[in-house]
Design a protein around this ligand. Structure first.
Ligand SMILES: CC(C)(COP(=O)(O)OP(=O)(O)OC[C@H]1O[C@@H](n2cnc3c(N)ncnc32)[C@H](O)[C@@H]1OP(=O)(O)O)[C@@H](O)C(=O)NCCC(=O)NCCS
Length: 166
């Protein structure tokens, strides 16, 4: 069973190795937004300071760390969310770092666990993810978890908490 736990300092070198693997780097380096792997690492290293609004979680399968995900309140981020209502919205990012665990349903499971966790927060109304249009595994994982495409141009997906209005 997959579990999520808080990232700790001991995880940092493993996460850095994951972010630099080709299957992750191709989506996490975003040249048109000037986002580099070093930027993701700075956020992790300064998660107790400047980036305390981000929460990083490690996905653990039978005691083995296999992936990373994070969530944050959209109001705390300077990301372009387009028409999304920011109040009550949480953004997420996720990756499976270990290649051997790709394509086995674990990405979907990680996203579902993350969404459940966020929806347990009283202020949470919706969860959003912005992906590269060409990232088919990410797109399908989101759709399988119940996300809907909100903004095709920005490739932004949203899932709404039951009984709450967009
Ligand atoms: C995106 C990611 C988390 C998905 O996790 P995963 O465990 O590989 O995918 P899953 O096995 O859960 O499959 C999810 C869906 O994608 C499909 N899928 C998986 N790999 C695929 C691939 N390479 N191409 C197309 N579809 C794929 C599956 O068939 C499944 O679809 P279904 O629910 O309609 O059957 C994982 O591939 C990953 O970490 N990739 C690198 C980092 C990344 O892209 N992160 C997201 C950035 S937005």
């Amino acid at each position: 069973m997959l579990e999520l736990r808080l990232l700790c300092d001991n995880d940092i070198s493993l996460v850095e190795a994951w972010l630099n693997k080709e299957h992750v780097k191709r989506w996490y380096e975003i040249p048109h937004l000037n986002i580099t792997i070093d930027d993701w690492m700075s956020e992790i290293k300064q998660r107790g300071g400047e980036y305390r609004w981000l929460t990083h979680l490690i996905a653990v399968l039978q005691g083995r760390p296999i992936g990373l995900c994070q969530y944050y309140k959209c109001v705390d981020s300077d990301e372009d969310f387009g028409t999304l209502l920011l109040t009550g919205s949480y953004g997420i990012d996720y990756l499976i770092g270990e290649e051997a665990y790709l394509g086995k349903g674990l990405g979907k499971e990680m996203i579902a666990l993350l969404v459940d966790k966020i929806f347990s927060f009283p202020d949470a109304r919706r969860v959003t993810a912005n992906i590269d249009k060409n990232n088919k595994a990410s797109e399908k994982a989101l759709l399988s978890c119940g996300f809907l495409l909100l903004d095709a141009e920005r490739s932004r997906y949203v899932i709404q908490k039951a009984n709450s209005v967009i």
